[in-house]
Design a binder for this molecule. Structure first.
Ligand code: ADP
Length: 329
């Protein structure tokens, strides 16, 4: 259907046309936030426009994105729609989001590794808050499960980060952010404290049940995945098997439940013929497991995030800072 047929003021219609939205079908995969940015209209106007998209267009795209995997006849178009509909959780830094292709992706495992104090937990807590940013602001509007193995989750810090996110959304659109409360945000981060490898593996096995019970969850964080497996492990071959098994289960969970899984990893020093260098912990076989690997590090007093591995994005580096508000550019 042509956008000219929508019951909209002429000025809005021409803004939609100028931004390249000629048909209502073109509006199916955009969020209100994206539309407001691209067509230069307010968030409220964008929300009204998207409500006018006919049901038949939405069903058509929904059917395309489902038909492939179910019938075994996926087309490139299906994949494009699937890709467009991937949920992306912003990190708080637009520069880091850029190298990640828009943010941390659902249906994938993303590892964040770096030395102690560099900001891995800050990223993790920020993501647990940011995953809750509502769809009308370009967010995912989901909940988070935070699995804390080191006791590093800091309530006061998450409160600061949450208040900053809500303030930011209120500045963008007071009306749309009116109902957002700190209590809701904090109530939607489900915390699990695990103390040893057995508990950690039990949590991994229980994740499908937890996600069945909490269908809004779109992010699962393991902070860190390493701690329990670096401590008491003498049987390295056994550790490799356990980690491979855990990773396989997590990949299935990410895909089946449409969640992003973030795995915080530590680093270790590896001595080679050229000297000592810092490498992610847990060994070579683990490094094949994660879909994406983000290395965070310090250099000359500046924090950087380096995308070292991704199936579809080039390697890239972005600076970031940590402020009172959280992770920022
Ligand atoms: P790790 O990589 O060990 O998980 P963290 O994520 O805990 O490290 O990051 C710790 C870093 O975050 C420290 O450099 C600290 O200065 C910084 N940080 C923590 N809280 C704040 C804050 N309120 N304001 C500015 N920086 C902060």
């Amino acid at each position: 259907m042509d956008v000219l047929t929508l019951a909209l003021p002429p000025s809005q219609r021409s803004k939609l046309l100028a931004a390249g939205f000629h048909t209502t079908a073109a509006l199916v995969s955009v969020t209100p936030f994206q539309l407001s940015q691209e067509a230069n209209i307010t968030l409220e106007e964008a929300t009204v426009v998207l409500k006018l998209v006919p049901r038949s267009d939405i069903d058509h795209v929904g059917a395309l994105s489902l038909s492939g995997p179910l019938t075994g006849s996926t087309t490139a178009w299906d994949l494009l729609i699937h890709e467009k509909n991937r949920r992306k959780i912003g990190t708080g830094s637009t520069e880091v989001d850029k190298i990640l292709g828009g943010g941390v992706l659902s249906k994938e495992l993303t590892e964040i590794c770096g030395v102690p104090g560099v900001g891995k937990t800050q990223f993790s807590m920020q993501l647990a808050v940011n995953v809750q940013i509502p769809a009308e602001f370009g967010g995912v509007g989901g909940h988070a499960i935070y699995i804390d193995t080191e006791g590093s989750f800091m309530m006061e810090r998450v409160l600061q980060i949450t208040e900053a996110v809500i303030d930011d959304l209120r500045n963008k659109s007071p009306a749309s952010a009116e109902d957002l409360t700190v209590e809701d945000f904090l109530s939607h981060i489900y915390l699990l404290r695990v103390h040893d490898p057995v508990e950690q593996l039990a949590v991994v096995n229980t994740l499908p049940t937890l996600l069945d019970e909490h269908k809004e969850v779109r992010l699962v964080v393991f902070d860190s995945v390493t701690f329990n497996f670096r401590q008491d492990f003498e049987d390295m071959a056994g550790r490799t098997r356990l980690l491979a098994n855990m990773a396989q289960k997590l990949m299935a969970v990410a895909e089946n439940y449409d969640v992003a899984i973030v795995l915080v990893n530590q680093v270790t020093h590896k001595v080679t013929s050229e000297g000592s260098r810092t490498v992610p912990a847990l060994g070579e076989s683990w490094s094949h497991v994660c879909t994406n690997r983000l290395m965070v590090y310090w250099m000359d007093g500046q924090r950087y995030a380096h995308l070292a591995k991704s199936p579809s994005l080039p390697v890239g580096t972005a600076p970031y800072v940590i402020t009172e508000e959280g992770v920022r550019d």
